[in-house]
Structures are given as C-alpha cells and as structure tokens.
Design a binder for this molecule. Structure first.
Ligand SMILES: [Cu+2]
Length: 218
C-alpha cells in the first residue's frame, strides 16, 4: 500500500520550516580568544540592547550548581536576575558553600551574601536554594575547602551565555538593531571592551579578544 502525504501534513511541514527559519534571525556567534590568541572558555557573554524586555511574571526554574569532587560544576554560571539557584552536594562529605569576594585580587564584594551548609550524608540536607535577585557577580567558595572556587554572574539582560572549550558562544532570538556585546571573565582585572554589532535577519559572526590571558585551569 502506498501513502501520499495529506494536504494537511504538507501544510504543517511548511509552517514548521517557516518557524525554524524565523528562529534563526537574530543569531550571533561569537568567538573569543585570550590575549595570547588561544580560545577563551568560560567567558560570560551578554548582550545589552535598547529594547527593554520585562522580567518573566512567574519565577523561572532553578539553575543548579553542583559540588562535585571538591569543585563547583560548572565553575561559571550565568543567570538572569530573579532566577533561583540551587546548590547541590554530590560528594559524600559536607560543603559549606558561601558567597565570597571575586576577582583575582578578591576586590569585588558579592552582590548576594549567603552561607549554605550542605550535608554529605543526610539526603534531606544535601541541597539549598538562593534567589539571585541582584545583578552583578557572586564569587563562590566553601568554608571547609579553601581550594573550591566558582562564579555566579547575574545579569538583567535576557540575552546571555558563556563560551565553550573552543571559545565559542552563540545567542539566538536577539532583537533587530544595534546591540552591545559584553564580556566578563572571572580572572579579569579591568572591564572588557564592549563589541558593537547590528542584529538583523542575517546570522552574525563576530570575534572578540580578552585584554588579558586567563590562568590555566587544572
Ligand atoms: Cu567544600
């Protein structure tokens, strides 16, 4: 028995294709290198536009930062202001996660202050949540393990991401028009220059270079 696509199915497919095509507008792919030319990973990328996007009317789902093998996973997290952040201990021992100053000189006080005692053996006390209600940077540390370091970057912009291990970040659904692409890295001493771009129907591809080279991660 042979089947032919029904007119209704064909129509549905066309609509899907159009929707996919529309979603590609406002795309920016950014490649970030360190000052020495190597790919820069874990660079927070956010876009400031003249278009104001109101915050969501309902609380967004919590973003999770794990404590695993004496590390924050991921080491860098970026969320929009108003997002709950859940710290979840995956180790068999306790962690006392707390906000700490950030920056290589420890000169940037955390915008949110907290200390969370996370148990390693009591299933009911292994995780705890904070609300990232102020834009800015929260350094993450552990009262019990001084080697543990992480960053929580909180931005008012709804357009944010971070670079992968190849130094590449992609943002979709940006509004048409002029935009400032901003960068932040946990090791920076001074602010990074903003990149000016103009968002339109054609996907954008841009490069940016940090004004320093981050120290290597283990
Ligand atoms: Cu710890």
């Amino acid at each position: 028995m042979t089947t032919t696509p029904s007119p209704r199915l064909a129509l549905l497919l066309t609509v899907c294709l159009l929707a996919t095509g529309a979603a590609r507008a406002g795309t920016l792919q950014l490649r970030v290198t360190a000052q020495d030319g190597t790919p820069a990973r874990d660079v927070v990328v956010w876009v400031a536009t003249p278009v104001r996007v109101p915050p969501p009317t309902f609380p967004p789902a919590a973003v999770v930062i794990e404590q695993r093998d004496l590390q924050f996973v991921p080491p860098v997290t970026v969320v929009r202001t108003g997002t709950p952040v859940r710290f979840s201990n995956q180790d068999r021992y306790d962690h006392h996660v707390r906000s700490v100053p950030s920056g290589p000189l420890g000169s940037v006080p955390p915008v949110n202050a907290f200390e969370l005692r996370l148990s390693g053996d009591d299933p009911k006390a292994r995780s705890a949540e904070i609300l990232a209600d102020k834009p800015g940077i929260v350094g993450l540390g552990c009262h019990l393990h001084s080697s543990m370091r992480g960053s929580l970057f909180v931005t008012d912009s709804p357009y944010f991401t971070k670079t992968d291990q190849n130094g590449v970040a992609q943002l979709d659904n940006l509004p048409d028009g002029p935009a400032d692409v901003r960068l932040w890295h946990a090791d920076q001493l001074v602010e990074q220059l903003a990149q000016k771009v103009t968002v339109g129907p054609t996907p954008l591809s841009a490069t940016a270079q940090l004004n320093f080279s981050p120290r290597r991660r283990r």
